[in-house]
Design a protein around this ligand. Structure first.
Ligand SMILES: [Zn+2]
Ligand SMILES: [Zn+2]
Length: 97
């Protein structure tokens, strides 16, 4: 791509990168954070389903935390590694490249 696309607004939740709609892959923003998130956890990128972040709120430090547990590093809501691992397993099973 020769044209420089405007960088979509992204947010970071517990080290995961999402668009402002709490999506890892968003058609609206033309955002795809899968590669970045995979790389963060040491995974090689494969075409997998994007993960979605449960709605969060910004705490007084400007950090997103889950609504349910008020935890910025919530392993239940924001356990990306687990979710990505699951998405990768599904993608592999489906025979996606
Ligand atoms: Zn979006
Ligand atoms: Zn939580």
């Amino acid at each position: 791509m020769a044209e420089i696309a405007p960088t979509p607004a992204t947010i970071e939740i517990n080290d995961g990168v999402f668009c402002t709609h709490f999506k890892e892959v968003c058609a609206e923003c033309e955002f795809d954070g899968r590669e970045e998130n995979d790389a963060f956890y040491g995974f090689e990128f494969i075409d997998r389903e994007g993960i979605e972040a449960p709605a969060g709120i910004v705490n007084k430090d400007g950090v997103y935390q889950c609504k349910k547990h008020s935890n910025a590093a919530c392993t239940q809501c924001y356990g990306w590694k687990k979710q990505i691992t699951r998405a990768r397993a599904v993608a592999k099973k489906a025979g996606k490249k």
